[in-house]
Design a protein around this ligand. Structure first.
Ligand code: SAM
Length: 271
């Protein structure tokens, strides 16, 4: 979809890009194809994809052309009407109109992928809620503000390393696949973007029933970044949160749980 087509399509419905919903529409077809390829490549059919914020349907249309089933969540009523009209009669398309942060979808499932050029304002909270979920997606491909992407892949002692890095990397293998300049979107955002791909780790580090608790533990510990962990955990750990690797966070969590189990005389199912 060219910039002119985007403008015309919005104008025909008396709409204009809404900043509060982070509406920057992808108009670079090559980039759109590249994103869809990144979602589907090397995965066997059937392809089932949750799409967050389909906008005018640029990724949706390509996914449907390739034979995928698409469930999309769109907050904007006007865009939802355009999407319903555009994909009328397409049995593989289902639209959920609403706020992805408030409702209970998308529900992860091992045979579903997730894609979205995420609005910058919701990417942090959306990812945090994704990492708390018990179930995992088969693959997640999202466009994020470059700084958020860098937080996801950051390593210990790097300035961007934080709770999002630990929560994400304890569940998914995270990779920045491509940098996207502002010029591929209309209107062009003020910041750079990056396409990030997440795939479930081969080895499950935190069992599904413990993931929410693990994320709370990591977040709370990072909120007190300046203090050494020993003061918080009541043991001999002198390092700060940003100095621990993901593997060390996982074993610290397990140890604390084992101690809690011993005290309670029961088992939380963590070994
Ligand atoms: N996917 C389209 C594209 O690439 O051209 C649009 C991307 S635009 C960056 C973000 C989209 O997410 C917009 O369609 C916006 O209305 C939608 N959106 C914003 N906040 C949302 C929310 N909380 N829940 C669901 N959709 C949301």
């Amino acid at each position: 979809m060219s910039i002119r087509e985007i403008r015309e399509q919005l104008a025909a419905s008396a709409l204009c890009p809404q900043r509060r919903f982070g509406q920057n529409f992808l108009h670079d077809r090559n980039m759109a194809c590249w994103i869809v390829d990144s979602v589907l490549r090397d995965l066997s059919q059937p392809w089932r994809v949750w799409e967050i914020g389909p906008g005018l349907g640029v990724l949706t249309a390509l996914l449907l052309e390739r034979g995928a089933e698409v469930r999309a969540v769109e907050i904007d009523r006007g865009l939802s009407a355009i999407l319903r009209d555009r994909f009328r009669g397409e049995a593989r398309f289902q639209l959920c109109e609403g706020d992805v942060l408030r409702e209970e979808w998308p529900v992860p499932a091992a045979d579903w992928m997730l894609v979205g050029n995420l609005p910058y304002s919701i990417s942090g909270p959306f990812l945090a809620s994704l990492f708390r979920q018990e179930a995992l997606f088969r693959r997640v491909v999202v466009t994020l503000q470059r700084e958020v992407a860098e937080r996801l892949v950051a390593e210990p002692r790097q300035p961007a390393y934080g709770s999002l890095s630990v929560m994400g990397q304890s569940t998914y293998r995270v990779e920045i696949r491509k940098r996207l300049p502002p010029s591929v979107f209309y209107p062009a955002p003020k910041v750079e973007s990056a396409l990030v791909c997440l795939e479930p780790l081969a080895e499950v580090l935190i069992p599904r029933e413990g993931r929410q608790d693990f994320c709370a533990f990591v977040r709370e510990s990072f909120q007190q970044r300046r203090k050494s962990l020993g003061r918080r955990w009541g043991r001999g750990e002198r390092r700060r949160p940003e100095e621990l690797s993901v593997a060390e966070w996982v074993s610290a969590y397990r140890e604390l749980h084992k101690a809690a189990e011993r005290e309670a005389g029961g088992s939380f199912g963590l070994t």
